[in-house]
Design a protein around this ligand. Structure first.
Ligand code: ATP
Ligand code: MG
Length: 442
């Protein structure tokens, strides 16, 4: 290797991340790499605020290096070496006195958005330039949190004896009935994008007992709300020998684990631009989530002056009213069977009701789940009741004749959970590249 290559290699090796620097490092020669967020020039002295994924470092520049720095556009990617020293700044524990600087990749002078957020851009412009938008620490924190939550979810499932599975997203027939499927040409026949892994995860219980999947749902719904996308991520579980109340127990435990994780890791970088509100959530870890039956909700709504009858679905307005009354996390249980898909089990005492639940956060539905019907003759009757063809489900139904254990499960909308935790009211903020009725790129 030539000397030049060696020196290029060495400028690509950082010794520290921004957030790792502390008073302990004073006097050490170190190397950091990141993006020039800001440059302040006060004549004989200049300051670069260098950002990496962990946070910011204040870099002090003098002499020739200061002259060179005047030509570096903001957001350029640079490698900086220097000596760590004490600082007068209130925002930092230490600063870096720069002795070497290499521009790895210069940014253009006219950026489409200002990642510092000082010049505000609307959400559409930010999403059009999402990769750059992520240099904003508030935005970055959402996705660092999302990644940490995904790890927490996986750990939780493995600790509870679940196997992670991946089921196909290209399917040959409408999986749950329903008309909101995207279809496309698949080698001279029709293919569809899966609206959920429901049928597959139930079939897998036959041999794996406990499965979970984290993957996309596709819904061809023409919704224009702040909580619906046409592609979103769901955390699905299905478990043999549990009933719906035990699945509620599991989901409650999982959500509390996530809250605990978020509370600990809340301060994900060192510039305090952090929006997880632990004061709201820390308390919730220690109290049980309320469980309210659908019928209690109907009574409550009538008390609040809404005219709702047994059998009505809960409208946006009803959910808003319930959300004001019950606040934070609560379950709505025992929905009318007629409102539920064919695979949901009826209530043993009252066949008009079902063994089902939703987890809500205020007005927002986060999870739907229930005990599944595993008696194949009842399953067939339910399919007929809902006007679905047995033929179309023959592949699925045969698994129920091979010793299918009684089972229950649910699906949790990951992007919606992130909205709740990060205090966002638009789901587009919690998805890297959201897909809605008008947005299909980038
Ligand atoms: P909603 O009534 O809010 O439209 P749903 O009852 O149709 O939701 P489910 O089929 O129960 O949704 O899906 C499971 C979970 O996936 C929901 O509880 C929710 O958290 C999430 N989810 C459903 N639809 C969407 C969507 N279009 N965009 C984002 N998340 C969604
Ligand atoms: Mg639902």
């Amino acid at each position: 290797m030539t000397g030049i290559n060696e020196s290029i290699k060495s400028v690509l090796k950082r010794s520290h991340l921004a957030a790792q620097l502390s008073k302990k490092n004073i006097g050490q020669e170190i190397r950091i790499i990141g993006w020039v967020e800001d440059f302040r020039d006060i004549g004989k002295l200049g300051f670069i605020m260098l950002r990496d994924t962990s946070g910011l470092v204040q870099c002090v520049l003098l002499g020739k290096i200061l002259l060179d720095a005047r030509n570096i556009p903001r957001q350029s990617n640079v490698s900086i070496s220097g000596i760590v020293q004490d600082t007068k700044s209130k925002n930092f524990e230490v600063e870096l006195k720069v002795d070497g600087m290499t521009v790895l990749s210069a940014a253009t002078l006219s950026l489409p958005i200002d990642p510092t957020g000082r010049v505000e851009s609307n959400l559409d412009t930010r999403l059009d330039n999402r990769a750059l938008d992520l240099r904003n620490s508030r935005v970055l924190n959402i996705f660092l949190m999302r990644s940490g939550i995904l790890r927490t979810i996986r750990e939780f499932f493995f600790q509870n004896g679940f196997t992670e599975v991946n089921t196909p997203k290209i399917i040959g027939s409408a999986s749950e009935g329903g008309s909101n499927l995207f279809s496309f040409e698949y080698f001279k026949r029709k293919g569809y994008l899966a609206q959920s892994p429901q049928l597959y995860k139930e079939q897998l219980v036959l041999s794996l007992e406990r499965v979970f999947e984290i993957g996309p749902y596709f819904r061809a719904e023409n919704s224009h709300t702040l909580r619906h996308l046409n592609e979103f991520q769901s955390v699905d579980l299905e478990a043999a020998y549990l009933d719906y109340s035990e699945v509620m127990d599991l989901i409650e435990e999982l959500v509390k684990k996530i809250l605990t994780f978020a509370g600990h890791s809340g301060k994900t970088n060192n510039d305090n631009n952090h929006i997880y509100n632990s004061t709201i959530f820390d308390n919730l870890v220690h109290q049980p989530f309320r469980r309210i039956t659908y019928e209690e909700c109907i009574d409550e709504l009538n008390n609040l002056g809404e005219r709702v009858e047994f059998g009505d679905d809960l409208t946006d307005l009803s959910l808003k009213k319930l959300g004001e009354k019950f606040d934070k996390f609560y379950f709505i249980t025992d929905w009318p069977l007629a409102l539920k898909p064919f695979y949901i089990h009826e209530n043993d005492d009252n066949p008009l009701l079902s063994k089902s639940f939703d987890l809500q956060f205020g007005y927002l539905e986060l999870v739907s789940g229930g005990t599944r019907q595993h008696d194949v003759s009842k399953l067939k009757a339910r399919l007929k009741d809902q006007g679905l063809s047995l033929e179309g489900f023959s592949n699925h139904l045969k698994a129920f004749e091979w010793g299918m254990p009684p089972h229950s499960g649910c699906g949790l909308g990951l992007d919606r959970l992130l909205m709740v935790l990060m205090g966002e009211n638009n789901i587009r903020e919690t998805v890297l590249y959201p897909r809605d009725t008008v947005r299909i790129s980038p």
